[in-house]
Write a protein that binds this ligand. Structure first.
Ligand code: TRP
Length: 365
């Protein structure tokens, strides 16, 4: 069987990556990479997209490009098996975006739910930068330039994928079968779809200051879990507690595996039993948090250690990224050749056209 899957995904470099990124997408990428059941895998740093709402802080974006690259490598992405690259270095993506803009209406962009919320969050209502407003189109270019079939991302990216698929269908309808329709690959565990912040807010996000970063040291992680929000009505150990909406338990849903009980909490056979005891009353937050801390340290320690190793040779990371960009450019250039041919803007490599036009203008006999 030939491997047909092409995997592509990326992140905006606006901060270090956190455990929400990890369970939402990073962990899955590494599993996909290690399974090896794909033709190509691309993971990229979306710096140009980051600039659409950070246009006035280019230094921040620049600093975070290397942070994200280190986080990727720390998690186990391996440049020998997947192409890591930086979005802005692939000019083909701009060209493709420009052509796709012909296929999308303003009102369709206005209906994109992710863009809608983001506009509110950034107070862009009165004056939306055009680049920001149109980033779903550029994201469709990111995906299709590499003929991606499979895009492992968090749930918030679903509207982007839907819009990309629409663009593909419209393009193929008008210009002929050229582009590949991508599919989203969501986390299979509900807790991982959207990991809440340590403060219990719906989303872990840098701007809310409720993140546990992959690169946080062990003390910082322990401290953040210690002060984490739990059920506010669970005041005494004997009180019944609520598991739903309690981020300590959501994190356990996302990170806990059966073997963790044997290692760190042998009194309980499973997460279900732990939850049942918490609901009944008689199980204190401190105990649950200690368990979560042990699991988080076990999960994050190898990531931290690998990051420290990679931090020792930063020039090598840039070198790896430069090679990744060269690779990615080649792949994108091939798609652009097809796109230009389909759109009939390939004037100089189309001998048929030149012959035809010459005949058209030839003096009639
Ligand atoms: N929008 C994504 C994010 O905010 C980043 C991104 C840009 C992306 N282009 C992409 C993800 C293409 C997947 C595919 O994290």
């Amino acid at each position: 069987m030939t491997k047909e899957k092409i995997i592509l995904t990326g992140d905006r470099p606006t901060g270090r990556l956190h455990i929400g990124h990890y369970v939402g997408s990073l962990r899955r990428r590494v599993e996909l990479q290690d399974a090896g059941d794909y033709k190509k895998m691309f993971v990229f740093i979306a710096d140009a997209q980051a600039l659409t709402d950070n246009m006035d802080t280019p230094e921040k974006v620049r600093q975070n490009v290397i942070e994200v690259a280190l986080d990727y490598l720390a998690c186990g992405l391996d440049p020998a098996r997947c192409t890591l690259f930086i979005q802005s270095q692939i000019p083909e993506l701009c060209e493709l975006t420009f052509y796709y803009m012909d296929l999308v209406t303003v009102s369709r962009l206005q209906r994109n739910p992710t863009v809608k919320t983001e506009i509110q969050m950034r107070n862009f209502e009165a004056s939306i930068p055009v680049g920001f407003f149109t980033y779903p189109i550029s994201q469709a270019a990111d995906i299709t330039a590499f003929r991606a079939t499979t895009v492992p991302v968090g749930e918030d990216q679903e509207p982007m994928l839907e819009q990309a698929r629409e663009i593909v269908r419209r393009f193929n309808h008008i210009y002929g079968e050229t582009l590949v329709e991508p599919e989203i690959l969501l986390p299979d565990n509900a807790a991982c779809l959207r990991l809440p912040g340590t403060d219990g807010k719906a989303k872990m996000s840098k701007s809310l200051g409720n993140c546990i970063y992959l690169s946080d040291d062990a003390d910082t992680v322990a401290q953040k879990i210690k002060t984490m929000y739990t059920d506010p009505n669970h005041l005494r150990v004997q009180d019944p507690g609520q598991v739903e909406g309690n981020p300590v338990f959501t994190y356990l849903d996302a990170f806990c595996r059966p073997e963790h009980f044997g290692r760190y909490l042998p009194d309980y056979p499973s997460l279900e039993e732990l939850k049942a005891h918490y609901r009944r009353g008689g199980l204190g937050d401190v105990k649950v948090k200690k368990f979560l801390t042990a699991i988080m340290q076990e999960t994050l320690e190898p990531i931290r250690t690998r990051r420290k190793e990679y931090e020792k040779d930063i020039p090598a990371i840039y070198d790896m990224l430069r090679k990744g960009c060269e690779d990615a450019r080649q792949a994108a250039a091939q798609t652009l050749d097809d796109v230009r041919r389909a759109m009939k803007i390939n004037y100089f490599d189309d001998e048929e056209l030149i012959r035809e036009q010459a005949a058209r203008f030839a003096p009639s006999a």
